[in-house]
Design a binder for this molecule. Structure first.
Ligand code: FE2
Ligand code: FE2
Length: 143
């Protein structure tokens, strides 16, 4: 089993540095979670990583959604629904993990990795292409 779940490559870039750096941070957090899981770390440690990951995911989604509103993105509704669906799933998982009724598995880890990478390459690239075509900026100091 490999030690790193997500190996970042340029094919995941959406062409906006600040968005890429947020995505990279999310990937790092998923990798940290994976490392703790494979090393059999205590539930408390895993819970802390999950908490941070959920917080940062919320921050990241809000960043993207702020630009959807600002630039009147054509697929705002669908994209926000995808974010919400992920948040709901992860929150349910977190609550179940916290009360001890479930544990992290390879399926959990694969779900997180697949969701992030598919979402970036599908939905996130869609808005970035639309923004680029219209010369919209995502200024670093706004993030
Ligand atoms: Fe994203
Ligand atoms: Fe997104």
């Amino acid at each position: 089993m490999t030690k790193t779940l997500i190996i970042w490559t340029d094919k995941y870039s959406v062409g906006y540095d600040e968005i890429d750096s947020q995505h990279k941070k999310l990937a790092r957090m998923i990798n940290d979670l994976y490392a703790s899981f494979t090393q059999g770390k205590a539930d408390e440690i895993i819970e802390n990583i999950l908490t941070e990951m959920i917080k940062y995911t919320d921050y990241h989604f809000k960043t993207e959604e702020k630009y959807f509103e600002k630039y009147n993105y054509s697929e705002t509704k669908l994209h926000k629904e995808q974010h919400q669906e992920f948040v709901t799933k992860v929150t349910v998982f977190y609550d179940d993990f916290k009360n001890g009724s479930i544990t992290i598995t390879y399926d959990t880890m694969n779900f997180l990795r697949d969701w992030l990478l598919k979402h970036i390459q599908g939905s996130d690239k869609k808005y970035s292409i639309e923004f680029k075509n219209k010369n919209y900026a995502i200024p670093k100091n706004n993030l």
